[in-house]
Design a binder for this molecule. Structure first.
Ligand SMILES: Nc1ncnc2c1ncn2[C@@H]1O[C@H](COP(=O)(O)OP(=O)(O)OP(=O)(O)O)[C@@H](O)[C@H]1O
Length: 473
């Protein structure tokens, strides 16, 4: 308070008891001028050091020109300044990445700070309720820094003392609209500090064609699409279990097929076996020849196949006990990936109670004990409610595609995921815009990441079958 109200103003802050009998006046201590000067100077030096560290190129240019001016006169400095744009252009053409990192993004960040965030900060904070306007004074969260990259602005914020992350997470729509961004994510940087991510464009707006089948046999992470920041989406399948939830037509099939596609060379090398359960008979049946005998569609056959997977798991657990605690895929002990399309057909909608219980028990056993011995489950379903999928929490990694209701987002991704920006219920139902788009929440990271899987078309599946039929034998 004293920092903001120096001297006489603080002296005038007078308050009284309700009956005005007692008057409180703050005691104002006179600070010697030298102390004030030292404080101001130290702040100036700290600010200069910060400026040099944060913006080395922006500082080096005027300083360099100043040195030339001093040593050789203003004419040479002017000529050098005239060369700057062409030097910048050559740098951009020769090494785009370093130019953008050192010049392009910092300049854009400065512009966005001035033209967008600082300009709208006060009204957005006050109207959204994140700042307070008390007795003529604004108490606002501090806008610390803006950083830019190719797709988003990252705004570092110091919260007001006493604010919680949920205060911000509840207002992501206010923030996005207030700063003219399509969406906003909230992440905690450290105590009291947040990073707000405002995307400027959407790299996932266009469908992605199927990715090439990898040259090398690898058990993963499998590249299956792209993340919102433009980086490849690499999904870990070995050593975890993955649950994919999305309404009908959300594009669950593209996650299943992109994963199979990425694992084909490893399947051919004998390092991976994909066991396919296809109770709807509409998805995995298309590439049946890839799975050999490890394909089931009838619920009874599905239950038998799951029991077989449990047997493999238990046999390995017996063999590995006391010798190894994690699994390395080999031709003798390949990684077994159990793929289940529309798992609710087997766990909830299955009229035969005994069969239903058997399947649920097998899935629960695999998801609780399978990953250490190289048996993983990847299951897709439409309805994530607990009545439909009571073992959904046994899947460490989750993907929420387009969902019908906002409450379903947290059911799939865990508490607070929607507040952190996983707006899976806002994904477009138009296939070109929204199919395959989803939010991934990994066991290791609480922040949901927006992604889009590549679309593996029927023609791609036919080509995969033509080239790799029989790999699952
Ligand atoms: N990754 C994708 N990118 C672009 N379009 C896609 C993608 N995935 C699917 N689509 C489009 O959306 C349609 C529906 O996809 P898909 O059948 O995989 O959805 P689904 O979630 O499996 O639905 P259902 O549960 O009804 O089987 C596809 O026919 C295709 O046109």
């Amino acid at each position: 308070m004293f920092k903001k109200l120096p001297g006489d103003e603080a002296r005038n802050l007078v308050s009284t008891t309700p009956d005005t009998a007692v008057v409180f006046r703050p005691a104002v201590m006179q600070t010697p001028a030298i102390v004030t000067i030292v404080i101001w100077l130290s702040r100036l030096v700290a600010g200069l050091v910060r400026l040099v560290v944060r913006h080395p190129v922006a500082v080096a240019i005027p300083v360099g020109l100043g040195v030339i001016w001093t040593l050789y006169g203003w004419r040479l400095a002017l000529v050098m300044a005239g060369f700057l744009p062409s030097a910048g252009l050559s740098w951009l053409l020769l090494d785009r990445a370093s130019f953008l990192r050192l010049v392009g993004w910092p300049l854009l960040a400065w512009w966005r700070l001035v033209a967008v965030y600082r300009r709208h900060w006060q009204p957005v904070m006050v109207v959204s309720g994140l700042g307070r306007h008390i007795r003529g004074r604004d108490y606002l969260p501090r806008l610390v820094r803006v950083e830019c990259d190719g797709w988003a602005d990252r705004v570092s914020v110091k919260m007001l003392n006493g604010q919680a992350v949920t205060d911000w997470a509840d207002r992501i729509e206010h923030l996005a609209h207030g700063f003219g961004a399509p969406s906003c994510r909230v992440a905690v940087a450290r105590a009291g500090r947040l990073v707000l991510t405002f995307p400027r464009r959407d790299p996932l707006a266009e469908p992605l064609p199927a990715l090439p089948v990898p040259d090398e046999a690898s058990v993963g992470p499998v590249e299956i699409g792209r993340c919102e920041d433009g980086s490849p989406l690499r999904l870990k399948v070995h050593g975890t279990h993955v649950l994919i939830a999305g309404a009908t037509g959300a594009g669950k099939g593209s996650y299943l097929w992109s994963t199979i596609r990425g694992l084909l060379p490893a399947m051919r090398a004998g390092l991976v076996q994909v066991w396919a359960l296809d109770p709807k008979r509409m998805e995995l049946s298309f590439g049946r020849a890839l799975f050999g005998a490890r394909y089931a569609a009838d619920p009874k056959e599905c239950a038998d196949l799951l029991d077989d997977a449990v047997c493999v798991m238990q046999e390995r657990a017996d063999r590995f006990a006391g010798l190894q605690r994690s699994h390395t895929p080999t031709a003798a002990d390949p990684f077994v990936l159990v793929l289940v399309d529309e798992v609710a057909f087997l766990t909830a909608y299955q009229p035969d109670k005994q069969l239903r219980q058997r399947i649920t028990a097998a899935l629960a056993t695999l998801t609780t004990q399978g990953r250490a011995v190289g048996v993983g489950v990847m299951a897709a379903l439409q309805d994530p409610r607990k009545e439909v999928m009571n073992i959904r929490n046994l899947f460490p990694d989750k993907i929420a595609l387009r969902l019908d209701e906002s409450e379903q987002v947290d059911m799939v991704l865990g508490d607070g995921a929607r507040d952190r920006g996983a707006l899976a219920d806002h994904i477009s139902p138009v296939p070109e815009l929204g199919a395959g788009v989803g939010y991934v929440r990994l066991e290791t990271s609480p922040d949901p990441v927006r992604v889009r899987a590549a679309y593996v078309s029927d023609t791609d599946i036919r080509a995969m079958v033509a080239e790799f039929a029989g790999v699952g034998r």
